[in-house]
Each structure stands twice: as C-alpha cells, then as structure tokens.
Design a protein around this ligand. Structure first.
Ligand code: NI
Length: 139
C-alpha cells in the first residue's frame, strides 16, 4: 500500500535567547554564539507539518488546529517566556519537539508524520516522533 503525505506551511515570528543557568556566561557564549546575546533576538519561524494523506482529516481542520495550537501560542511572543521552556532552552531542536508534542495527541490514528521548523536561512530542524520499530509510536 502506498502512503502519500501532505505538508502544510505555517509561519510565526517570535523572540528568543539561548541561555542556560547551568553554564557560566563564557560557556553560554561559546555554546550558543550570537543566539546568547543578552538583548535577545527574533526569528521568522516557518513550521512544516506533514500528515499522512487520506481518511477523515481534512486540511482546513489541520489549519485550524495548527493555528490555534501553535501559531497563536508563539506568534509575537518571547519563546523564553513560554512555560514549556521554563526548564529547557529555546533551541530549534527543543522547539520542533514541543510542536510535535502539542500536535500529536490532537491528530487521530497517528496521522502526524513529521514536523519541520525552519529557524534561519541555513537552520532546519525536523522531528518524526520517538522511533519505535513495532506498534504504537506515540510521542
Ligand atoms: Ni536564534
């Protein structure tokens, strides 16, 4: 059986600063580079949501879900102020996983295939859930 996926594109603008109290100021600068700048900075994030096509999920419903759950939550916000980022840094890796975790429970029958986040021209992150070879690959 062939499976076709469909990807929808969404956008939001958000500020962040990469910083952890577990490191010294010098170490933070070394690890996070420009993204550690104490004034913070923003990105025009692009979110690519890939779902398995077919069945009951229509794209209008997907758009509504992503806009409600992701875009409204993050657009023109400071990611560092989001409760989910109280204990983890706002890296692209953590952001793409969080977006997956927020969407996946709301999509029936493991319909979510992949989430991608374009952070800058040259940085792209993607996540397809925690890989489990057999059976339910939830979360
Ligand atoms: Ni940044």
């Amino acid at each position: 059986m062939s499976q076709v996926n469909v990807t929808r594109r969404y956008r939001f603008c958000a500020a962040h600063r990469l910083h952890t109290d577990h490191l010294t100021p010098e170490e933070n600068r070394m690890v996070f580079g420009k993204c550690n700048n104490s004034n913070g900075h923003g990105h025009n994030y692009v979110v690519l949501v890939t779902v398995k096509s077919g069945g009951v999920l229509d794209l209008e419903r997907l758009d509504g879900l992503v806009n409600e759950t992701i875009v409204r939550r993050f657009d023109h916000h400071d990611l560092n102020g989001d409760p989910e980022f109280a204990e983890r840094t706002t890296t692209g890796e953590n952001l793409v996983k969080l977006i997956w975790d927020l969407l996946e429970p709301q999509l029936p029958n493991e319909r979510l295939a992949k989430v991608g986040v374009i952070e800058t021209r040259d940085n792209y992150f993607e996540y397809a859930g925690s890989a489990q070879p057999t059976g339910g690959s939830r979360g």
